[in-house]
Design a protein around this ligand. Structure first.
Ligand code: MTE
Ligand code: MO
Length: 199
C-alpha cells in the first residue's frame, strides 16, 4: 500500500491550474532585455499618456509616488517558456492613470526609455489588469528588471510588460510594437499559447 502519494518526493509540483500550456515553473527571475539597460534618474523620469487627438497627460516621479498604490501578487509567463508564480509588486493601477483621460481609442502602444515598444488593446490595461510598478518584493525595482518603473500586465506574455516605461500612446488603429512586428503574436495570451503570429 502506498502511504506516500505519488509526487510527494522530489520537486514540489506547481499548484493545479497555475501553469499555462507549454510553460515550466522557475524560482529564478531571469533578465530578458533586447538592448542595454537604460539608467533614468527620478529627476528626469516622466510618464506620459497621449490621446489620439494629441492631448498629453504627464506625471513626474513625485506625482506618481503621490498616487494611491496597490500591491498586486501575480504569476508571470514569459514566451521563452518560464513562468514565475506569486511575484509581489507595488505600483499604480492604470485605472487611476487613465481616469481623467478622454479617449475614443481602442489600442495602446507602450513606449519605453531605450526605444522598446509593445502594443495591446486599451481594455487590457483597464479594470485592475495592469499597473505601473516601481517596487518588486518590497524593494525598489532594479534597473535590470525595468526600474525606475515598468508596465506590469501579467495576464499577457511578459514581453507586453515594458520595462523602463516612458509612456502610452492611445490609438484608433492598432500598431505593432517591437516583437509584434517581427513575428510574435499580436495579443499574446499565455492560456491560448499565442506565442507567434498564426498561433
Ligand atoms: N523596455 C523593454 N521592456 C521589455 C523587454 C525589453 O527588451 N525592453 N523585454 C520583454 C521581455 S521579452 C520579457 S520576457 C520581459 C522580461 O522581464 P525581466 O527581465 O524583468 O524578467 O520584459 C519585457 N519588457
Ligand atoms: Mo520574453
Amino acid at each position: 500500500m502506498a502511504i506516500i502519494s505519488r509526487g510527494f518526493h522530489g520537486r514540489p509540483r506547481p499548484a493545479e491550474g497555475k501553469l499555462p500550456p507549454g510553460q515550466y515553473e522557475t524560482r529564478d527571475f531571469p533578465v530578458l532585455s533586447a538592448g542595454p539597460t537604460p539608467r533614468i534618474s527620478h529627476d528626469r523620469w516622466e510618464f506620459t499618456i497621449t490621446t489620439e487627438g494629441g492631448e498629453r497627460h504627464a506625471w513626474t516621479w513625485d506625482e506618481l509616488m503621490a498616487l494611491p498604490a496597490e500591491r498586486p501578487t501575480v504569476d508571470l509567463h514569459c514566451v521563452t517558456k518560464w513562468s514565475k508564480f506569486d511575484t509581489s509588486w507595488q505600483g499604480v493601477s492604470l485605472d487611476v492613470l487613465l481616469e481623467d483621460v478622454e479617449t475614443a481609442a481602442d489600442f495602446a502602444l507602450v513606449h519605453a526609455y531605450g526605444g522598446y515598444t509593445t502594443n495591446l488593446p486599451l481594455e487590457d490595461l483597464l479594470d485592475g489588469k495592469a499597473w505601473i510598478v516601481y517596487q518588486y518584493d518590497d524593494e525598489e525595482l532594479s534597473p535590470e528588471h525595468g526600474g525606475p518603473a515598468r508596465l506590469l500586465v501579467p495576464h499577457l506574455y511578459l514581453w507586453k510588460s515594458a520595462k523602463w516605461v516612458r509612456g502610452i500612446e492611445l490609438l484608433l488603429d492598432d500598431e505593432p510594437g517591437f516583437w509584434e512586428s517581427v513575428g510574435y503574436h499580436n495579443y499574446g495570451d499565455p492560456w491560448r499559447e499565442q506565442r507567434y503570429q498564426g498561433d
